[in-house]
Every structure is written in structure tokens, then in C-alpha cells.
Design a binder for this molecule. Sequence first.
Ligand SMILES: NC(=O)c1ccc[n+]([C@@H]2O[C@H](COP(=O)([O-])OP(=O)(O)OC[C@H]3O[C@@H](n4cnc5c(N)ncnc54)[C@H](O)[C@@H]3O)[C@@H](O)[C@H]2O)c1
Length: 444
Amino acid sequence: MKITVIGTGYVGLVSGTCFADSGNDVTCVDIDADKVELMRSGTVPIYEPGLNHVFDRAIRENRLTFTTNLEEAFKDSEMIFLCLPTPPGADGQADLSFVLGVADELGDLFNKYPGYRVVVNKSTVPVGTADKVKEKISSKTDQEFDVVSNPEFLREGAAVEDFMKPERVIVGTQSQQAAQMMTRLYEPFVRSGNPIIVMDERSSELTKYAANAMLATKITFMNEIANICEKVGADVDNVRRGIGTDSRIGKRFLFAGIGYGGSCFPKDVQAIHYTAEQNGYNFQILDSVMKVNEDQKISIVEKMKEYYGDSLKGKTIGIWGLSFKPETDDIREAPSLYITDKLAKMGVKMKAYDPEAIDTFKKASTEETLAHMTFEENRDAVLDQVDALIICTEWNEFRRPNLDNFTKRMKTPVIFDGRNLYGLDRAAEAGLTYFSVGRRAVGV
Ligand SMILES: NC(=O)c1ccc[n+]([C@@H]2O[C@H](COP(=O)([O-])OP(=O)(O)OC[C@H]3O[C@@H](n4cnc5c(N)ncnc54)[C@H](O)[C@@H]3O)[C@@H](O)[C@H]2O)c1
């Protein structure tokens, strides 16, 4: 099939590349000319494990091309995927200006290059957006087309694997023709038997928000259990193992930490809360989820204030990990942004390292925060002469360091671990002062 993908971020580039890999001809469009130039020269502009390999193959076989020109991409296309940003507005509402702006342009192009096409919305969008996109296009053309909702469930860091082997594909459409085309397109990805679930557009749009809100709630619930563990002297890892074996609960998403971040959970929780409000419903549980997560992100700073008191000002603190989770360079809504901002405002100096996200962090951070920070090219250089270390992201290379390095290189071996990477006995044996989440403090 001839496919156009509009927007080449984490979702668009992965979708376009994987569609090309399964034999389709894909043209990716982006308004960012530098990014398009980079991709044309064979460079993947984001860090996503495994993407390079599939990307190179698709380009070599001439099935994946890039342009800034929407018209050029549109003219021969049969399916047009919208993979555009839907950032949160000030009131939490999803900003649809990118999606509706492109829909507006599509109307004129339908007139210029007639023929049935399916416009597929892969962005995460509020209920009713498929109707709005349809109205926008219809206001310009009477050509035949369908608008399908096809929310994306890939996880950054495992995006290629998730896209190639999705646990399910959701297709929101009431058009048989569009459903057939979508099924044909996705069949190669679900050969092991995972379902393609066809439903109406509104249910499909809500499915994506329901999934993310449920996962954010699960994480937050566990973080609250961790906070109680700290109060009553229980160990959240034991509690996790104890409840995770209950198949009704499941083992995943039960790890306590310093809150969820990223480009999806925070904005999607806000957006579904806003939709509920607009429809006269108070989604109460999500009020708590948002509030608890806000506090959780800076819970490490609170622990540091408690431990150091007024002497925190003027300390030099190392930071391991900046991205919102491992295996990505995405920094959006990462706890590291909130923690470094707070510490900078308190006059703390910081030395940080992340395997992939230093550049994105620098772009996302404020000048004030950056003025308090330096960056190192490797993990261990951060340790030299720091008063304490914060672990923000559970990159693999932070899991098994030589703990002696902490005592040898740091001024004082004090660790504030936001991801519970080390066993308490191991930390004690190594002579660390070790604070983690939902477990007793060691060496205090
Ligand atoms: N990132 C994820 O893990 C993920 C997962 C599932 C769903 N989603 C959803 O998918 C959507 C896209 O997310 P993302 O993370 O890929 O975004 P992104 O910000 O990484 O990428 C968006 C891309 O769209 C481009 N763009 C903006 N306006 C454009 C226009 N008019 N024409 C062409 N290109 C344009 C930008 O230059 C950018 O390259 C969002 O709605 C998001 O919520 C994201």
C-alpha cells in the first residue's frame, strides 16, 4: 500500500519505518526541515533501540522516503496517518491545532488529487476528534474518504518491538472499506494471533486514554503503598512480590519510584480528566493520581531536605539518569527536570550523566537550572567529589556498578535512589548511606 505518515516523531517515524519494513511504500512528512534532511541522509533523529536497523533496510530498499512537502506525499497515497503532537493546553485540554491544521490542508489536496483515501489518526486525541477531522476535510471537498481512529500503544524504548508485535491493534471506524484496509495493513503484525479490534471511533479514542489513565493509576497506587511502607517500616519490594503474584493484579507496573513522566501519561491523564469535566463528570480518582504524582516526583528532594537540613545549600550532588525512563532520549515531564529545578533554586550544584538524554535535557531545562549544572561523559566521573548521588533513571549501566566506587570517589557515599536499584544488604555492606523508595533507609 502507498502510505503517507505526517509527523516523524517517536510514533510517526517508528510507524512509517515498520510499515515500510512490511512491504508498503511509505512517505514521511515533517515540517522540521532539519529533521527531514537528517533522515534523508540516513540518520535516525531519535534514540530508539533497534530502529536504526529497520530504518536502514527500508531506505536501502527504497520503501521509505522523507519530505517537507505534504502535497508531494499526498498525491499517490491510499492511507494517510496523522502522527502529530497533541500537547496539553494550559487547562489540561489536548491541543488539537496540529491535527486540525493538517486536516484543513488535506481538504484542498483531496480536490487536487481525487480518489478514496483513508485518513488515520494515530495521535492520542480526545473523543470526537475523528468527527472533527472529518468535518474539516468535508468542509473543503466532496471527495469520498474515511477518518479512522487507530491509537498507538508503543512504549518508547521498546517502540519497534511493540509496533512489530502489538498486543492488540485498535481500529475505530464504522466504514467497512476502511476497516478492511486497516486489517490488511496490520495483518502482518498480528500473525501470532493477537487481535485487531474494530470498534466505533469514539470508543477507540477513549480506549487509549483509559489505558494510559489506568497505568498511571497503577503506578501511583504503588507509590502510595511505598510511602506507607516508609511510615510503618514495611518493604515495598516484598509487598510488590506479595500482590503481583495475584493474577487479577499482575506483576507489571508495580515498581515504586519517583513518579511517572514522559510525553504520554501526564498529558493523557490531564486530558481525560478535562474531557470528563467538560461532560459534567468529576473523574475523582485522577485528581488524586495527578496530585500524588506531582509530590512523588520531588519526594527525593524532600528526603534530602530532611537529611541535610539547611546545609543542603552549597552541596554538590551527582545525578545519574535524566530521561523519563531508560532506553530513550525523551525528557518530557521527566522527574529529573523537577528535581534539578528545585535543587537549583536552593543553591545546590549538580553534576549529571545520562547515556542518551543530555542534549534533550539541556534543551528542555531552564537557564537558571543549567547554570547550576555540569555534565559528564560517563557514569563514574559524576561520582568524583560529590556529597551525594541521586538516581533518577534506571538505565542498565546503573544497576551493577562497583559499589566501592561510591566510597572511593564520592566525598561522602550518600545515595538517594529513586528507582530502588540496589539491595539494602548490599548497600549496607558497601558502607553506603542509602535512601530508596518504600524501603528503610540504610546507614543513617
Ligand atoms: N511518544 C510516545 O510514546 C507515544 C505513544 C503513543 C501515542 N503517542 C501520541 O502520538 C502523538 C505523537 O507523539 P510523538 O511522541 O511521536 O510526538 P513528537 O513530538 O515526537 O513528534 C511529532 C512530530 O510532528 C511534527 N509536526 C508538527 N506539526 C507538523 C505538521 N504540520 N506537519 C508535519 N509534521 C509536523 C514535528 O516536527 C515532530 O517531528 C501524540 O498525540 C502522542 O500523545 C505517543
